[in-house]
Design a protein around this ligand. Structure first.
Ligand code: NOJ
Ligand code: NOJ
Length: 531
């Protein structure tokens, strides 16, 4: 009897282990702003699932912003405040982070840009964006543990997170973090660019006009970058005080955006020159003196100091997140920022991360994922030990995996838009090899280049393979998303695949939404993929 009992218990335990994560973590979202279909997500085919999950993600994003959310109390979360997550336990992420908020709001701007003819949608989203800009005016000026707004170096702007009532957060944290101001600059300037392109004016009474926004919100953030770009500070993962690729590249983008605006819109020439000088210094730091690349390493090194010390490989999803968030093809940017999605070091980062994490995470030890042209679930960086609550072993993250996919879709889009051949050389051949059988015969190459002619059969086949590769990353997260409501948690367990860590993070939804957005833009370029 006892034996039988044990067998049943064992059977139940095994089943529990292999059940989809969604059975374990049923955390229906507190409410939904936009009614989404009632169909269970796991009944949908891949295409339909992506589109449904993307719509749901967009509503989850809006539910996490004060003012527009149908569930957040306006007194607890001020209008325009983006919360990292509505949940206050395990861990408590009911705060607003400058980084997360900037990335969230630019997702709304991309969406407006795509649907600019939908007046009702644009009006609703514009209100959210302008509330965000207004509340950031207030947040910028809060004295906090990182410093003060008024001081010469604008040190208070390095504070990473605040209470949702726009008050300072005074407990211990990995601070200052220096990526926030630059991300906010590019987001707000993206909005001002959107207004200009569509011949629209600021509607928010407090903000008044773009000149006010420039002098009182954008310029102080740029001054922060000018004063602090070379300081060692904390990174986007809030763990290491050093120089970071993600921070530097996104700052560079802000300097470029800021400089252009200062020169052509507000005619703040003296400051524009200062921005140009800092831009030149920072660009040199990123491309050479900062040590982010090394002749012997094919990928970008996120934290050179730790790589030098031998404690980190340098591989980190933060580097391709930087490629995504420091370039945009939509806001009229003449993008001469290095390390875009077609940069060989960025592409090699994905190849190297896949090679590492295919081994590292048991959930990737699946026959279907053994081939080199198939993506796997990716974590933040190989040496990660943060498990979502404490430290043990790191796990795959939705943000990392979906962002790798987004890079590939953007690569397809950028390449096809150039109407040009694909040129393969010794720097990028490792990335392309799994997607083109002929490359195995032609390689190794020394200084020669292999040209795949634009629109040739081989060109089509290569793009098709990369599109499928991008899809396989999305497929690798599909089974881990909540099967009925599409909610997500920060991580999914490396052994079981069950979700773990911070729940309902806004960032997860924008990672999904942006990935799906570039997927459909890529598919528009290579229409044959839809047949
Ligand atoms: C919370 C941070 O947000 C996360 O990125 C970090 O890894 C953990 N704390 C551990 O420090
Ligand atoms: C943890 C991430 O490491 C960090 O980048 C993010 O800002 C916070 N979570 C809040 O979402």
């Amino acid at each position: 009897m006892l034996f039988l009992h044990n067998c049943i218990a064992l059977f139940a335990a095994c089943q529990a282990l292999y059940l989809p994560n969604s059975w374990r973590h049923s955390i229906p979202h507190p409410g939904l702003l936009i009614k989404v279909g009632s169909q269970n997500l796991d009944e949908l085919n891949f295409e339909d699932w992506i589109s449904e999950q993307s719509d749901r993600s967009f509503s989850y994003i809006l539910e996490n912003i004060g003012g527009i959310s149908s569930v957040l109390d306006r007194k607890q979360v001020l209008p325009g405040v983006v919360i990292a997550s509505p949940l206050k336990v395990d861990p408590d992420y009911f705060y607003t982070w400058t980084r997360d908020s900037a990335l969230t709001v630019r997702t709304l701007i991309y969406h407006m840009n795509d649907y600019f003819r939908d007046d009702a949608l644009v009006a609703r989203l514009r209100k959210v964006v302008e509330d965000y800009i207004e509340v950031n005016y207030k947040i910028q000026r809060l004295p906090n543990q990182s410093g003060r707004f008024e001081d010469e170096r604008r040190s208070g702007l390095g504070e990473p997170k605040f209470l949702t009532t726009a008050k300072s957060f005074d407990e211990n944290w990995g601070r200052p973090q220096s990526d926030g101001p630059g991300l906010r600059v590019s987001t707000i300037l993206g909005y001002l660019f959107f207004l200009e392109r569509n011949d629209l004016q600021i509607e928010n009474d407090f903000l008044g006009n773009t000149t006010f926004i420039y002098y009182h919100i954008i310029k102080p953030d740029l001054e922060y970058i000018v004063a602090n770009w070379n300081e060692k500070l904390f990174d986007l993962w809030e763990e290491v005080n050093s120089h970071h690729f993600f921070t530097s590249l996104t700052q560079l983008k802000a300097l470029q955006d800021g400089q252009r605006f200062a020169r052509t819109n507000v005619i703040d020439m003296k400051f524009a020159e200062q921005l140009q000088t800092t831009y030149d210094l920072l660009k040199d730091f990123i491309t050479s003196s900062g040590g982010f690349t090394k002749p012997s390493i094919p990928y970008v090194i996120e934290i050179p100091e730790l790589h030098e010390q031998g404690t980190r490989s340098g591989l980190d999803a933060a580097t391709f997140l930087a490629a995504l968030h420091a370039h945009n093809l939509e806001f009229g940017g003449t993008d001469n920022i290095p390390f875009d999605v077609d940069d060989s070091h960025i592409l090699n980062t994905i190849t190297a991360m896949v090679a590492d994490m295919r081994q590292r995470y048991p959930i990737n030890h699946n026959k279907a994922r053994w081939q080199n042209n198939v993506g796997v679930a990716l974590g933040r960086y190989p040496e990660d030990v943060y498990d979502g609550q404490g430290t043990s072993l790191g796990n795959p993250w939705f943000i990392s995996t979906l962002s790798a996919s987004e890079i590939l879709f953007k690569w397809i889009y950028k390449n096809t838009r150039r109407n040009a051949d694909i040129v393969i050389d010794k720097l990028n051949i490792a990335f392309f090899r799994p997607h083109d059988a002929q490359l195995n015969d032609e390689a190794p190459i020394s200084d020669s280049k292999i040209v795949i002619p634009y629109k040739s059969e081989r060109y089509h086949a290569l793009l098709t393979s990369i599109y499928k590769y991008a899809d396989s990353f999305i497929a690798s997260v599909q089974g881990h998303v909540h099967r009925t409501d599409g909610t997500m948690l920060e991580q999914f367990d490396r052994w079981t695949g069950y979700m773990r860590g911070a729940k309902l993070l806004t960032w997860l939804y924008l990672a999904f939404h942006n990935c799906a957005r570039w997927r459909s833009k890529a598919a528009d370029e290579i229409e044959w993929i839809r047949n």
